[in-house]
Design a protein around this ligand. Structure first.
Ligand code: DGJ
Length: 732
């Protein structure tokens, strides 16, 4: 998204500008390969939202449209509904003017269409409130190939006096269907992205977060909406998916009104965030990302993933190396030898990178536990007297990459930083600062703090030549919000995230190639706003295989597998106590970006041998995971099994993962239809990492037609709890 903005300046823009009076109607069509959004003016000059769904042909067919609403009673669905006038639903925009007037009546003024690239067209529509000269520019970027439309708004105070924005959604979509099945992703720490579906009823449903940072544990700013059905379907029916690219407070609202029309709004949560706008000032909202599928939820996910890989995520599907992370294997308890031994073992198992997690810094207040040291980012020489460069060189000398952990937005009360800069801590004046995990949050609205946070990254990079990877953690949210820097406290939540993005932008300018992970107590910062800067995310602190099935299934509904950090850890699992076979743990982790997070010293030789084989085979097919199309074959919510596949673009090669996840399966083998294959091709099915050389599938190594595999399927004998299998399916 950020890169596309740059592209606008480079490309010769095709400009189509239109001005119209209220009387002559204007129709605006925003189309992709298979989808279309249509806006159009009415007799009053209001901009109506007319269509979002499959392509419907010329927008002008709406000429003469009658909606049969009482025009003296309410308003037809608006492209960007504003508070006041005859609008009674939740508004996208609410403004308080200097004279305390709270009505805004937006009217179409002009629009233009620019061909930004061969694949993307930008449409900007300007609306104006004539009394106050408040101007709203609605911006739509249509990505033709991936069927994704981005929408945001720019609100400019064109009047002479300051105004206050009380609500400022990024985008509004209006739909009319018989039923609306909303699927969203709730959870908590260590239980992120649990899928929940519900039929919407009249009234307002919101999916939101108000925790300031670490905003995606309890709900994710994304959803799927299945139309005219009560059941979530992978392969059939009309589905709209939406996601907000913002890492702060957000609100997605769904309101069914008296005419059964559904109005969806997506944007920054306006709660406690009234935003003052001086004369001439512009406020730009984050992107709301939309896609539409007429063949079920699977295609909606694939559209989002393809867009994310190509345009939406920083990583562009660059393959992130397999790694060993020190956290669950060593926690705070290590010295140089512990780490070099871990590097030796990781190298032995074929892993490509070592990541030193929390605990390496702090001298006055050494970071030997989670109670102190955050903010003091100098090496703890007692622990690692040889220096970080020694460790990085050690890894590099073995042909491995080296990564390191930071948590730059935070400060421990017990730290030199807190003593030196108490005013840098988020806190409302005169109130007590509350700690979470014994830490405070730094006030990123303050440019000096932004410089400091940039410096933490920059200085860490200088600890050793060639640091390849930074894990950026964020382990608390906002409480008792307040800033000693800001004059208007209601700007806090928004300015914090803008401050964060500004730091990340500086980092990316200086370090475009360093792999940076977004971690926030696991999956607390998994959103397309963060992924614009981060290569990948730490999906969850819960590394246990069975829990991960559900967490990764939900995460990959919206976000692509290439951003899904997924580690094999020890048993009993440190979060759940559950004991699962090593093969199951690997087979689950291999469906994302594979890593390990344990003390290899505690593994037996045969476990290490198995791990080595699994890592090696993963390297052989991981491009399918990073760049292939995801087909969900059996939902873990539906029964005893879970299965998914990734297939390459020409459908010549796929990897299939299948798992038994419940006890009562002993009499039942799954029948897995490989729906992502090409029916006209022939494929060989080969199981990988087969325990004791005995495949669970009678057709292992055999050739089948694509038709057979798609329509009938394979029936691996996965009958005991945690049985699992990985198959490569390849056509010659
Ligand atoms: C929370 C992260 O999610 C963990 O992976 C680990 O990095 C710890 N923080 C370290 O404090």
């Amino acid at each position: 998204m950020r890169r596309i903005i740059a592209a606008v300046c480079l490309c010769a823009a095709l400009l189509v500008s239109a001005l119209s009076s209220a009387a002559e109607k204007t129709y605006i069509s925003i189309a992709t390969r298979s989808t279309q959004m249509v806006l159009g003016t009415n007799d009053n000059g209001e901009l109506l939202f007319l269509h979002y769904g499959a392509r419907m042909g010329a927008a002008e067919q709406f000429e003469g449209l009658k909606t049969y609403r009482r025009v003296d009673y309410s308003m037809d669905p608006q492209a960007y509904p504003a508070q006041g006038g005859r609008y009674y639903n939740v508004p996208a925009l609410a403004v308080t003017y200097h004279d305390s007037d709270r009505n805004t009546e937006l009217r179409y003024s002009s629009h233009k269409v620019e061909a930004v690239s061969s694949d993307m067209t930008r449409t900007s529509v300007t609306l104006v409130d004539s009394k106050t000269c408040l101007e709203v520019k609605l911006i739509y970027e249509a990505y033709y190939d991936t069927d994704v439309i981005l929408a945001s708004s720019e609100i400019t105070n064109g009047g002479k006096k300051p105004v206050v924005l009380d609500a400022f959604a990024s985008s509004a979509v209006n739909l009319k269907a018989g039923k609306y099945l909303l699927t969203h992703f709730y959870g908590s720490w260590a239980r992120e992205m649990q899928m929940e579906s519900e039929l919407l009823t009249h009234g307002v449903k919101t999916v939101e977060n108000k925790m300031g940072v670490r905003t995606t544990h309890t709900e994710n700013p994304s959803f799927m909406l299945s139309l005219n059905t009560s059941t979530f379907d992978e392969n059939n029916g009309e589905v709209i998916a939406g996601a907000l690219a913002w890492s702060g407070n957000y609100r997605l609202s769904f309101q069914i009104d008296e005419t059964d029309q559904l109005s969806i709004l997506g944007g920054i949560n306006p709660d406690a965030s009234a935003y003052p706008l001086a004369k001439g000032e512009t406020f730009r909202t984050p992107w709301m990302i939309w896609t539409f599928s007429s063949s079920g939820a699977g295609q909606a996910s694939r559209n989002l993933h393809r867009w994310a890989r190509k345009d939406g995520c920083y990583s562009h599907a660059k393959v992130c190396p397999t790694l060993l992370n020190s956290w669950e294997g060593a926690y705070f308890d290590f010295g140089t030898k512990t780490l070099t031994d871990m590097i030796d073992d990781a190298c032995e198992m074929g892993l490509e990178m070592f990541v030193l997690d929390d605990g390496w810094f702090g001298s006055t207040y050494p970071r030997d536990n989670s109670k102190q040291g955050l903010g003091d980012w100098e090496l703890n020489e007692k622990k690692i007297p040889e220096g970080i460069s020694y460790l990085a060189d050690y890894a590099h000398s073995k042909g491995m990459k080296f990564g390191i952990w930071i948590e730059p937005e935070m400060v421990s009360p017990k730290s030199n930083l807190a003593e030196k800069h108490p005013d840098w801590v988020v806190c409302s004046e005169g109130r007590e600062k509350t700690t979470t995990r014994s830490q405070w949050l730094l006030d990123l609205t303050n440019p000096k703090v932004q410089d400091f946070v940039f410096g933490v990254f920059d200085n860490t990079m200088k600890l050793a030549p060639g640091i390849d990877y930074i894990k950026w953690d964020c382990n608390r949210h906002v409480e008792g919000f307040g800033s000693s820097y800001l004059k208007e406290q209601s700007r806090f939540y928004i300015d914090y995230i803008q401050g964060l993005y500004s730091v990340l932008s500086r980092i990316r300018e200086k370090y475009p190639d360093v792999i940076v992970q977004s971690c926030s107590s696991g999956g607390g910062r998994v959103d397309f706003g963060a992924l614009n800067w981060f290569d990948e995310a730490w999906t969850s602190d819960n590394t246990e295989g069975l829990s991960r099935v559900f967490i990764q299934y939900g995460t990959n509904m919206i976000y692509p597998a290439c951003i899904t950090g997924s580690h094999v850890s020890a048993v009993p699992n440190h979060q759940t106590g559950n004991v699962t076979p090593l093969k199951f743990r690997f087979d689950v982790a291999c469906a994302g970006r594979l890593g390990m997070e344990l003390q290899p010293k505690n593994m037996s030789e045969s476990e290490k041998e198995f791990a080595k084989g699994a890592v090696e085979s993963y390297k052989g097919y991981r491009e399918l995971v990073f760049e292939g199309d995801l087909y969900r074959l059996i939902s873990p919510y539906d029964g005893n099994h879970y299965a998914l596949m990734y297939v390459n673009e020409d459908k010549s090669k796929a990897v299939v993962f299948a798992y038994c996840i419940r006890y009562q399966a002993r009499t039942k083998t799954p029948l897995i239809r490989l729906s992502g294959l090409d029916g006209s091709k022939n494929y060989t099915v080969k199981e990988l990492n087969v325990p004791e050389g005995k495949s669970c599938f009678w057709g292992d190594g055999k050739e089948f037609s694509g038709e057979f595999l798609r329509s009938h399927g394979i029936n691996p004998q996965l009958v005991k709890l945690y049985d699992s299998a990985v198959f490569i399916v390849e056509s010659k």
